[in-house]
Design a protein around this ligand. Structure first.
Ligand code: 13P
Length: 259
């Protein structure tokens, strides 16, 4: 972490806790997240729970994000949800380009860029994900792949430096219990920041780059201690309020620690 950037701990619930369970989870997270002035915390429930979770969390230190959006504001797009709808439901951020969307739902670099642009146009903070597969890593192509993915939307982020967030999620570390080591994460984060710097030094300095992939209460501190790791995008552990709260507490402790 770097004192120039406020750490962000984000919980991606994926296709879980979409109803009453989501409200209960949100309430538990809020109870454990008091006075997080040094860390931003948010949860991303499924669409069906967004409004109820936002209601549950209003007046607390926990914000709400969506997991996806359609680039158009409205229209004949059966089954889709737009940015203005997310805002109305109480979301202030949206995850874009998660590897599950890229791999399972055909979100190409171009689609991800369209969604980042739509989020920015509507005042929703995009949390734009990049990450290599195991095959790509083993072929030594990690930096090339994440660089290409970042290049698709980096100029859009430059329109409002510090607003958009980038998340590095190596596909091989998602849901596998196999996390990137802190040094492996730092190497990629530093490369991403260098790429941001090539567009604008201010953008590089202000953009938070989150790490995601099997972040747990017991490995969060070491990952977050790396200079270019500005937070975490948490999947499985975000479904357990105590684990998620422990991760944000680790960030809070590091952010408050004298450098
Ligand atoms: P896990 O923490 O379950 O590995 O998921 C990471 C992720 O995909 C968050 O978006």
């Amino acid at each position: 972490m770097n004192p120039a950037r406020k750490p962000l701990i984000a919980g991606n619930w994926k296709m879980n806790a979409g109803g009453a369970a989501g409200c209960a989870l949100a309430a538990d997270v809020a109870r454990g997240t008091t006075a997080h002035d040094r860390v931003e915390v948010l949860v991303a429930p499924p669409f069906t729970a967004l409004a109820a979770v936002a209601h549950e969390l209003s007046g607390t230190a926990v914000a709400v994000a969506a997991q996806n959006l359609h680039p158009k504001a409205s229209g004949a797009y059966t089954g889709e949800v737009s940015g203005p709808m997310l805002l109305e439901a109480g979301a202030t951020s949206v995850i874009v380009g998660h590897s599950e969307r890229r791999a399972l739902f055909g979100d190409s670099d171009a689609v991800v860029a369209e969604k980042v642009a739509a989020a920015l146009a509507q005042g929703l903070r995009p949390i734009a994900c990049v990450g290599e597969t195991l095959e790509e890593r083993e072929a030594g192509r990690t930096l090339e792949v994440v660089g290409r993915q970042l290049d698709a939307f980096v100029r859009l982020l430059a329109e409002r430096p510090g607003f958009g967030v980038v998340a590095y999620e190596p596909v091989w570390a998602i849901g596998t219990g196999r996390t990137a080591g802190p040094e492996q994460a730092q190497e990629v984060h530093a490369a991403l920041r260098a790429r941001l710097a090539a567009v604008s030094p201010t953008l590089a300095q202000q953009t938070r780059i989150l790490y995601g992939g099997s972040v747990k209460a017991d490995n969060a501190r070491a990952l977050l201690a790396e200079a270019d790791v500005d937070g975490a995008l948490v999947g499985g552990a975000a479904l357990d309020a105590a684990a998620f709260v422990a991760i944000s507490a680790a960030a809070q402790a590091l952010a408050g620690a004298p450098s």
